[in-house]
Design a protein around this ligand. Structure first.
Ligand SMILES: [Zn+2]
Length: 276
């Protein structure tokens, strides 16, 4: 089997810490397509042809990913396959990206959606700040990186620190939820979708920006992207959790440093159905 990843992290990983996961849509174990290695430990990339989805299995457990996210995400030894070499210090550039993200989805949401917005993975909060200028009223963010959370607090942003799935929102609900380049990192898409659904009512908007995987499968971000979706598989998982997909937009292409690989991004706009 072709090996498509061989990287090292200064963090302990052994074969006892691996977990096997099935397709989150049909629950089957899929077909083994590629092998991958982290710290010389063998992992795999599975594919479900029925749902058109790739995912990492076996993969490291949550403890390993937590260590990676809190220590190396903005300080990565292999940025093509995990996180970033350094944090983008240019706040102006981050604000411009945030404006572009909002401009992409704002024509498709109702005025009611602007009552409240939760951004999952808000980093240093630029999108939340820009959303207020587009008319959003109540704004909240969730972020796992402690330094980013500190910056958000300095900016007086209402921030929840930690994994989204673990946070207690005290029965709060959100008319819109947005996540940019987050859902492909999630360890348990079912828990994540259930959590989103529990925070929304009929007619509310769930918006993800994420990579649109091309055939014959992913080549970049093979460590942190635990699932690699296509238009077909993302639509199926939205529908599984009672969201109708209103629109899927093309929202930009990222090219690797060597120019050999690329990631196409899509923005998926879902609306929660009534019968839950
Ligand atoms: Zn499947």
């Amino acid at each position: 089997m072709k090996n498509i990843l061989d990287v090292r992290f200064p963090e302990e990983l052994n074969s006892q810490n691996l977990v096997r996961v099935n397709c989150p849509i049909c629950r089957e174990n899929g077909q083994s397509h590629y092998s991958m290695k982290i710290n010389d430990i063998n992992l795999g990339l599975q594919y479900c042809d029925r749902d058109d989805l790739w995912w990492v299995s076996p993969r490291p457990n949550k403890d390993f990913y937590s260590a990676l996210y809190t220590k190396y995400f903005y300080n990565s030894p292999c940025p093509n396959q995990f996180g970033y070499a350094n944090y983008e210090e240019d706040g102006e550039r981050r604000s411009q990206k945030a404006i572009k993200n909002i401009e992409d989805f704002v024509p498709f949401v109702s005025d009611l959606a602007k009552e409240s917005l939760l951004e999952i993975g808000c980093a240093t909060g630029e999108l939340l700040i820009e959303a207020a200028k587009f008319g959003w009223k109540e704004l909240c963010g969730v972020e796992i990186d402690p330094k980013c959370c500190e910056t958000c607090r300095d900016k007086k942003i209402n921030i929840y620190e930690g994994f989204f799935e673990d946070i207690n929102f005290n029965n709060k609900k959100f008319k819109s939820i947005f996540a940019d380049n987050v859902f492909e990192h999630v360890l348990n898409p079912d828990l994540f979708m259930e959590k989103c659904s529990s925070l929304q009512d009929e007619g509310d908007f769930l918006i993800y920006r994420l990579p649109e995987t091309e055939q014959p499968g992913p080549r970049l971000k093979l460590v942190d992207h635990t699932y690699h979706y296509t238009r077909k598989s993302i639509k199926r998982i939205f529908e599984k959790y009672n969201y109708a997909v209103k629109e899927i937009l093309y929202t930009g292409t990222y090219t690797s440093d060597d120019g050999e690989n690329r990631i196409i991004n899509m923005t998926v706009i879902g609306v929660k159905n009534g019968n839950n």
